[in-house]
Design a protein around this ligand. Sequence first.
Ligand code: GLA
Length: 510
Amino acid sequence: MRALTLFAVGLLLLSVQAPAGDLTGNWAVRSPRGDGTTRDTYLDVKQEGSRITGSIRVTQFYYKIAESTGTADGFTIVGSMMDGHNERKVTYQIKLVGDELHVATRARAEAPLIEMVAHRAPAGEGALPARIPPPALHKVPDNGLARTPPMGWNSWNKFAGRVDDAAVRGMADAMASNGMKEAGYQYINIDDTWEAGRDAQGNITTNTKFPDMKALADYVHSKGLKIGIYSSPGPNTCAGYEGSYGHEVQDARTYAAWGIDYLKYDWCGARNIYTDEEMQAVYQIMGDALRESGRPILYSLCQYGRADVWKWGAEVGGNAWRTTGDIRDTWESMTRIGFGQDALAPWAKPGHWNDPDMLEIGNGGMTDAEYQTHMSLWAILAAPLLAGNDLRNMTPAVKDILTNRDVIAVNQDPDGTQGKRIAKSGAQGEQEVWTRPLSGGAQAVALFNRAAQATTMTVKWSDLGMPAPPTQARDLWAHRDVPLNGPDYSIEVPAHGVVMLRVTGAAAKR
Ligand code: GLA
C-alpha cells in the first residue's frame, strides 16, 4: 500500500515536472492578414526534461527564453529581450497535442488569453538574421529637400493596416480637389503594411493591397502631388512586415524606380540587432542609399526620439526626425507631446525638422477647439504637417482647420525657426504663451488655454522681446486684425482652445 502511494505521488510529480512528449523543434503560427502575407510567431524550442530553452519571435520582436516552468498541462515560458535600455518580456503557455503545439498568451497581463496552434517549421525559419556591423560615421550631404516642414498626408493614424491602393488614390483625388493642395499639402504617404516579401533577386515586393506601386506613384504624380513610402532598418517593420535590413541600397533603387519621393524609416525590428548607440550609423546607411538612388527622396527618421536624434538626424541626411512615441487621437496624448517640445527648438532648421508625429485632426477623438490647438501648436513648432484623417470625408470645420492659410504660413515660414514657450500661468500652469519668430521681424504668438474652462489670457508685448509694441496684430483663427492699445493684449481663450496672432511692426529680438 505504502509503495503504491509512493508510486502514485511519484507519477504525479513526474507529470507536474515533465509533461509527456518532446516538443523540441521550430514551430510557427501563421495567421493570414488578408493581403497575401501572414503574421508570424515562431517558437524555436529545445526541451530537456522540464526545462525549455530557445527563442520566441513575434512579428518584429525576438525574445530569448529566460525562464520555463513545467506544469501538469505543458509549460509556461518567459521570453526576454532588450529594447534599447529597456527589457521587454512575454509569457507563453505551450503544450504538445499530437503533431501540434498549442500556444496561449496575453497581449497584456489583464488582456484576454489568445490561443493559437503552431505547426512544425523548417529549422532556422524565422530566425534572427546575422548581425551586419554598422558602418563608420561620416556626414551625409544635405539633399536640399524640405526647406520648410513637409506637408501632406499619411495613412497610419486613420487606416493602419487597412490602407490600400484605392484609399491612396482617393486621398490624392481629395487633396488635389479640396483646397489642401493649394494650401501647400504635397505628399501622400503610405505607412506600414504595403510590403510582401522579396523576390528571387532580393527585390522588395508589394502585397495584394498594392498591386502596382509604380502605377500608383504615376497616378499620385498625375495629380500634381508626391508620394511617400515606409520601411525599417531592421528585418521587420513595426507591424511585422518586411524591412530593409541588408537590402538598403537595393530598396532605395526600387523606390527611385517606382517614383517615390519620401521615405519614413522606422526603427522597429532593428532593435533586435542594434543598440540605441548604433542608431546613427544604422540610419546613415539609408541616408547614403537614398542619396545614391538617383532620385530626390525626403528622408524622415522614426525612432521615437531616442538617442538624442535631434543632435545627429541632419548628419545622416535626415530631413525630419520623430521626437516622441506614437501620438493618439486624444487631448492628453496630443498635449503631452506638443507642449513637451520646448527644449528641442534649437535643433530645427530649414531642411531638418523636429517631428512630434502626425496630425490627428479630424479623426474624431478631440473637439474642433482641441484640433485648432493641435494645428496651432504644430505650426509654432515648425513641425511636419501630415494630416492623418480620411480626406475624402471631413467636416467643413476640420477642413478649415487643416487649410487655414494664415496658420500654415506660420508653419512654413522660410526662416525655419522653431517657436518656444515664453510664459506659463494659471494655478497649475494651464495657460501657456508660445511665440515663433517669423521672417521680416514678425512673430507668431499663440495663447493656449489647457484648462477645461474658458479663461482670459494676457500677453505683454514686452515679453516678446519687441523694442516697441507691435503696430499690427492679426488673429489667425478669427481672420481679423485686432485692436492694439497699450502694452499688452487680453482676450478670452476657449477651454482647451487657442488664440493665435501674427504681430508685426517692430523688429523682434530674442
Ligand atoms: C510605429 C510608428 C508609427 C507607425 C507604425 C507602423 O509605431 O511610430 O508612426 O509608422 O510604427 O507600424
